[in-house]
Ligand binder design. Structure first.
Ligand code: FRU
Length: 432
């Protein structure tokens, strides 16, 4: 059971034990993911007043290990006429913005200000000179206004001596790139898209260097792999002005229902690319049966590239995970609450599948996910928390993240025929 920093145990029904959740009230996208001076900062889309979307502000939490989070006061608050939508944060080491000093570089948050009357979305700054404890909105806001209604979710990073912003023209299915010397004045460089999946608005992009390639993450809603929200990615090159994809095939980051708007931390130790997503789906997020909070983040995952696939590897939990791993080419396991309520995960007819139809799930969504895989035995790792099951298969190249709301909790594993090399930690093993 986790202890809240106040000392109170957070043991409510469905309260995840090692995924970040706000103590109270609504959360959606991760924002401003940043590492600085020994602390990871997680900001998030938050309604500080209610357990439904609204009053969008940036909540804040800090952690030394990405698992034990301390929730901080709201970092950037909405105004009576506008919301603080998604965005990113950077450490401005050279004080290019002039908001701090080179001895005490500012943390600068770059967010979208959304007018409540839906007349405009533009990009704004807020800065902190006390290591993220408090933020001041820049008096020269907005810093980038193209008079558009759907222009949002800036992800900023320092590449080759300039700031590069990756930002969505949501309803045009385009990602725009801008450059700046100081975070305040921005010049348009290029656009990417429409490409591959365009079944819904494009949101929350991230441009990530993985080895000698660049990867562009694009979340879209609806039009995801199964229903509602999903995240696709493109692999290619960044030439300083534009992203040039190797091809325009569809590649899903996650084949489950519940991994959206995910982006990577800036300034992470050793240049690691650590990803966090919102573990929900706009198709039903507002109906999730949790109280007094709504939504969790996914496990933090390190990203790398193998050929033309992203590999996702969960960052180790200091105390280990409740998890099961096995290999199979035709077999399955069940993660069970009881004989009647379980999630089945396995391979049949050369397809990896996750079947949640026997887990109680009040949400309106399909319950069987299937993905064609290569012939032969594959490895499958399943990490189980209250309210979620995350599956990492084929070396982390095929990932499925799902919310699962059973009656009490998933506590045991039942191997079925064909499940080999079973290893179980933190769960009981029972016959099927
Ligand atoms: C993605 C999103 C973003 C927007 C935010 C608003 O889930 O729609 O595009 O900035 O949520 O809360």
């Amino acid at each position: 059971m986790i202890a809240h920093p106040t000392g109170e145990f957070r043991n409510e029904k469905y309260r995840p034990q090692f995924h970040f959740t706000p103590d109270r009230n609504w959360m959606n996208d991760p924002n401003g993911l940043l590492y600085y001076k020994g602390k990871y900062h997680l900001f998030f889309q938050h309604n500080p007043q209610a357990n439904v979307w609204g009053n969008m502000s940036w909540g804040h939490a800090t952690s030394a290990d990405l698992y034990n989070w301390h929730e901080e006061p709201v970092a950037i608050a909405c105004t009576p006429t506008s919301g603080i939508f998604s965005g990113s944060a950077v450490v401005d080491i050279n004080n290019t913005s002039g908001f701090g000093t080179t001895d005490n570089p500012p943390i600068v948050a770059i967010y979208t200000e959304h007018q409540n009357d839906e007349s405009n979305q533009s990009q704004c700054l807020a800065f902190s000179v006390d290591e993220g404890a408090t933020f001041t909105k820049y008096e020269g806001n907005p810093v980038l206004n193209i008079n558009a209604k759907n222009f949002r979710d800036p992800k900023v990073q320092w590449i080759d001596n300039q700031w590069i912003m990756t930002v969505a023209l949501a309803n045009d299915f385009k990602i725009s790139f801008y450059s700046s010397p100081d975070l305040k004045s921005w010049a348009h460089l290029s656009n990417f898209g429409p490409a591959a999946e365009v079944g819904g608005v494009w949101e929350c992009p991230d441009l990530i260097q993985l080895g000698n390639k660049w990867v562009l993450l694009v979340s879209l809603n609806p039009g995801g792999y199964q229903v509602g929200s999903g995240t696709q990615y493109f692999i290619g090159q960044w030439n300083g002005r534009e992203f040039i994809a190797d091809d325009l095939q569809t590649r899903w980051l996650d084949y489950g229902r519940d991994n959206y708007a995910g982006v990577t931390f800036s300034n992470a130790p050793e240049g690691k690319k650590i990803f966090l997503g919102w573990m929900s789906n706009w198709h039903y997020a507002g109906k999730a049966p949790t109280d007094p909070w709504r939504s969790a983040m996914t496990l933090p995952r390190e990203l790398s590239l193998q050929g033309d696939r992203i590999i996702q590897t969960p960052i180790n939990h200091p105390d280990g995970f409740p998890e099961v791993s096995f290999t199979t080419q035709d077999g399955a396991i069940r993660i069970c609450e009881s004989n009647e309520r379980y999630v089945e995960i396995g391979v049949r007819n050369q397809k990896l599948y996750v079947d949640t139809s026997h887990a109680w799930n009040d949400l309106d969504a399909p319950t069987l996910q299937e993905i064609a895989i290569e012939k032969g035995e594959i490895d499958i790792r399943v990490i189980v928390d209250r309210g979620s099951v995350e599956v990492f298969a084929a070396g982390g190249t095929v990932v499925l993240t799902n919310l699962v709301f059973v009656e009490t909790a998933l506590t045991s594993v039942a191997p079925l025929a064909g499940a080999n090399n079973l290893k179980v930690a933190g769960l009981q093993t029972t016959p099927a």
